[in-house]
Ligand binder design. Sequence first.
Ligand code: ZN
Length: 240
Amino acid sequence: MTSSPHIAHFFVTALQQRCSIVTNTDNGQSVIIDGGGDSDRIIQWIDSGIGSPDDEIGTYDGERKVVALINTHAHFDHSGHIPYLKQHYSLEWWLHQDDFFLQSLAQESGRRWGFSLPEPAKAENTWEHGEVHTFAGMDFEIIHTPGHTLGGCCLRLIVDDGPDHLFAGDTLFQGSIGRTDLPNSGGDLDLLLRMIRERLWPLEEDTIVHPGHGPLTTIGQEKQTNPFLNDGFRGRGAWL
Ligand SMILES: [Zn+2]
């Protein structure tokens, strides 16, 4: 049973990647999704209540205890500060194994974009499509959606008293999809479109989509209006 969580969004790095802190309001236990940057700011807010998120859903005034670090995929703007978060909270990290090679290149990839990052983190844990993992007392379904990267996943938080939340990484955006032309990522436009149709469109229409960049949307809205999935539109997607 998962009741509506508190979700805080921090847009981190110059690439404005959405790092989400999801808190079970029953016990304060929290997970960090896509700790790509600005870890000092995030740690200060979680541990000491200093500063504030860029956006939030729900209310929660209690203390937080981070119990897991989980990722949609391994591009450096999503994973670059995992080493700092792992060290600070002494936690293991979860990432789909098909992105382990890409992850090993995070420091190098960041450098090409002018980012200075620590030695890349190694994930202790992987997961498989269709599994449901319980973190912080909240159930997340793992939906493997390769196409932007080989190991890219959408993480669906299953909520009993409200809409589900889909942490979509760079698979699906409001009005766009992820890029499929990035080095070492295994990008594949046809596969990405097929994964969205086969694995995301069947979700409840009111599912709230939290993309890796840009505004929130819903499955229903994207099904109806996303130009990449309608009208045979072709072209390059967005973001890293
Ligand atoms: Zn990406």
